[in-house]
Write a protein that binds this ligand. Sequence first.
Ligand SMILES: [Zn+2]
Length: 567
Amino acid sequence: MFSTLPTDYHEFIHWAWPQFEPYYKNLIDRTLFADNVAAWLADWSHIAKLVQETYARLHLATTLDTADTEAEKRYHTFSGEVYPQIEAAEQQLKQNLLDSGLEPAGFEIPLRNLRAEAALFREANLPLLVENRKLGSEYNKIVGAQTVPWEGQELTLQQIRPIAQHPDRVVRERAWRLASDRWLADRAALNELWTKTVPLRKQIALNAGCADYRAYRWRELLRFDYTPADCETFQAAIEEVAVPAARRIYARAQQRLGVESVRPWDCDQDRDPLNYPTLQPFQDVTDLIEKSEKIFQHVDPQLGEYYTIMRREQLLDLDNRKGKAPGGFCTEFPVTQRPFIFMNSVGVRGDVRTMLHESGHAFHVFETNHLPYIHQLQITMEFAEVASMSMELLAAPYLSRKFGGFYTAQEAARDRVEHLERIILFWPYMAVVDAFQQWAHTHLEGVDPMACDAKWMELQQRFMPGIDWSGLDAELMTGWHRKQHIHRSPFYYVEYGLAQLGAVQVWRNALKDQAASLAHYRQALALGGTKSLPELYQAAGAKFAFDARTLKEAVELVETTIEQLTA
Ligand SMILES: [Zn+2]
C-alpha cells in the first residue's frame, strides 16, 4: 500500500504534517486481524522510518553548522509543529495494536515494551513530567553559566579542563581548585533544585502506581531482565574485585607521577590518573579515516567493508571546525539504511577511541538493516554499548603502524594500557553513582542535601579509596552535584558498567579465536532489539552478568594484559 512513499530523502526532508497525515490516517483506520497485521506493521514502519530519518537529518544539519539559521528554523518547525502531531498518531497506532490483542511474530520484545509504556502512562503525570523536564533544564542553566577567570580570560569549565590536565602539578591544582570553587558557589542553588526534584519524581511514581521512583524508572527504562537487587550484587562484586584492582592502578600512577599520594587534580574527571606525554596519532581527517579503515579490515573483512561504504558515501564528518556543535555521536538514517558519524577530532588519542567506539554503533546499524519493523531497532543501552565498547577492544591489537594504524608499537602499548586502566577505574565510579541514586530515591532522607552529601562521601570512600581527598571534604561530598545523569537522566548509568563487562567477554573470546568471536558479535548485533538482554549477550558469546566471578575473570584478563603491555 505504501509503495508511494519516497525512498530518497531529498523528496521527504521538507515534508510537513499534511504530507504525513494521509498515511497515518490510513493506518489508524485499518481494522487489524491476524492475516493483515504484518503488512500493517510494515507500512507503519515505513512511515515511521521516514519520520526518524527526517528528524535525524534535520538535527544533524544544525550540529554541522550551528550558524545555519535556515537549518535551525527547519529543525524547530519540524520538532515543534510537525512532530507533536506525529507523536499523537504514533500513540494511537500503539494503542490500536495493543487493543487488537494480536501478537505478531518477531514482535514479542517490542510488544513487551509497548505494554510497559502503556501501563505506565497516566494523564495526571503529563504536567508533572513537563515540570520535571523544566527542573532538568534548570540544572543545565546553572551549570552552563559556570565560568572561571584564567590569566585574564573568562573560561567555561569545559575550557578549563585541558588546563586541569596540565603536566605541571601546580598549574593543574590551581585549575582544579578554581573549577571546584565555582561548583561550590552553586552549592545552595543545586541543593534547592534537588529538594524540588526528589518529591516531584516521587509523585510521578505514586501517580503511576509505583512504590517509589526507582520502581517507576525501572519500568520506564524497560529494565525487564534485571532488578535493583542485581545491581546491588554488581556493586558488591565491584567492591570485591574492581576496587582492589583500581587501588593497584592508583599506586602505579603515584609512582609514575612521582607524588606522595594521588590527589583529585592528578586525575581526569576526578577518576583517571593522568598519563604523560600526549600522543599525536594522525595528521588530519583523511589520515584518521584511512588508518581506521585499515584497522577495521584487520578486525573483520565485512566490518571493514561497512566502513568503506561510510567513507565512500561521505557518512563521516570528523573534523573540528568553527561553528560545529561539540561532541561525538553516531546517528542513523533508517530509510537510507545508513549510519552517520559526527565528531570533533583535533588529532589526539581520544579521537581515535571515539572513532572506534562510534564505528561500533555504526556497524550495529548495518547489521540490523534486514529487520522489517522499526520497532525491532529499539536496542537498550545495556546492549547497544556492548557493540561500541567491544569495538574499542577488538580494534586495539591493530592500533600500531605495523597494521596501518596510528602508533609505534610502544605508543600503541601505552595507549592500550591507559584504555584498560580506565575500564577498571570506571566500575567503582559507576558503583558510586548507581548506589547513590538507588539510595536517594528509596529513602526519605534522599531529599535532604546534607544526607546526600554524607551518603556520597561514604560511597566514595567505599568504592574509590585510592584517591587522596584529605582537606577537601566539601569538594568530595558534593560530587553528586557534578554528575549530570543524577539530575537529568536518573538511574541511567549502570548500563555502561554492564555493557563494559559484556565487551570484555567478547574481547576475551577474540583473543582465543578472532574470526569465531567476530561472527558471534555480528550475529548478536543483527538481532537488533528482538531478544532479551541475556539472549543478546549469549548470542555475542558473553554472559549478562552481575556476579563477582564473571567480573573477576574480566578484571584479571585486563590486569594481565596491562602487565604484558608494560613489560
Ligand atoms: Zn556509545
